[in-house]
Design a protein around this ligand. Structure first.
Ligand SMILES: NC(=O)c1ccc[n+]([C@@H]2O[C@H](COP(=O)([O-])OP(=O)(O)OC[C@H]3O[C@@H](n4cnc5c(N)ncnc54)[C@H](OP(=O)(O)O)[C@@H]3O)[C@@H](O)[C@H]2O)c1
Length: 299
């Protein structure tokens, strides 16, 4: 297949591109800048210049391909509504080209906050008020009834590994700056986790085999206690590990407090069963113990 990948230059996207190429597919990677184009080309993919805001570029990339993986996203937390709107428009534009073709469309979603107080499964349907982006997942799944082999991959809130610039790298940066590694209250809040390479492998499997309308969980560990995360960071940076009271969490963790304080577990049982997917890469704590999060240039 020739697969059009948005977000091909990104953290997960670059792993997905490598995975697809390894499986013998050709990849057309969306790039909005020379830097992104160079990154996509270095991976061995063809470059498609365009942007998520340029719907014609998305239509053209889709029309030139046998399937689409949509991972591009604007993660500016000050523009949540606008980013979700851009995402929905992108999915609708891609979907309109794919309608009636039975070609695959795989899009990204998340598991954080999906089922408060219990373990979320692939069968859980998120409350649309949780996040404006949920409309994107609904739009993608509704394409399954219109001749698109659409599926969504809900990623764990930490997709970790060497080179990570997401939540884990931010937590390590805060601990480095403050000289203490914090967890909120008793640190029993849990976060699901997945290694980037396991996540990329699952997306590749979804392109090949996911039936129309499938929801998958890119989750290797259903919930790692935030205290264990703080302890691993403390060991890595050789700084004390402390409890931060919930009312001071925003002062200490900034925008991350809201996420780090959320107890959220998610299972992968149905995903493993359906896709024959078995995570093989290091767990979150093992990855933190490898030390790459604590090199002075990592942030
Ligand atoms: N990483 C996680 O832990 C995690 C967890 C849950 C869900 N997800 C979701 O998984 C997907 C991939 O995440 P990621 O961690 O790989 O993100 P990332 O590293 O931030 O990459 C984002 C990608 O989107 C591209 N992009 C952003 N705005 C664009 C625009 N206007 N036009 C074209 N391309 C644009 C970026 O291109 P440039 O290279 O040009 O910036 C980059 O390739 C996202 O949808 C994300 O929300 C990730």
């Amino acid at each position: 297949m020739r697969v059009f990948v948005t977000g091909a230059s990104g953290w997960i996207g670059s792993a997905v591109v490598s995975e697809l190429l390894k499986s013998g597919h050709h990849v057309l990677g969306l790039a909005r800048s020379d830097t992104a184009a160079a990154a996509v080309a270095t991976l061995g993919a063809d470059v498609h210049r365009g942007s998520l805001d340029d719907l014609d570029s998305l239509r053209a990339g889709t029309a030139a391909s046998d399937g689409v993986v949509h991972l591009g996203y604007n993660h500016d937390f000050s523009r949540i509504q606008q980013a979700a709107q851009t995402d929905l428009q992108a999915i609708n534009a891609i979907g309109a080209i794919l309608e009636g073709t039975d070609r695959p469309l795989v899009i990204a979603s998340g598991v954080l906050g999906l089922a408060p107080g219990r373990i979320a499964t692939e069968r859980d349907v998120p409350d649309p008020s949780l996040h404006p982006r949920i409309a994107s997942a609904q739009a993608a799944l509704s394409l399954a009834t219109r001749g698109v082999r659409s599926s969504i991959v809900r990623f764990a809130p930490t997709v970790h590994g060497p080179g990570d610039h997401g939540f884990m790298a931010t937590l390590a940066g805060i601990a480095r700056d403050k000289g203490i590694s914090g967890y909120i209250d008793d640190g029993t809040s849990r976060w699901p986790a997945v290694h980037r390479l396991d996540a990329g492998n699952l997306v590749g499997r979804a392109v090949d085999d996911a039936p129309a309308g499938t929801v998958l969980h890119a989750v290797a560990e259903d919930g790692v206690p935030t205290r264990a995360i703080a302890e691993a960071i403390g060991r890595g940076l050789n700084v004390p590990v402390v409890s931060v009271p919930a009312e001071q969490a925003s002062d200490h963790f900034g925008w991350l407090a809201r996420f780090f304080g959320t107890d959220s577990r998610a299972s992968n049982e149905l995903t493993r069963e359906l896709m024959g997917w078995e995570p093989t890469h290091p767990t979150l704590i093992a990855d933190l113990q490898e030390g790459h999060y604590f090199e002075s240039s990592s942030r």
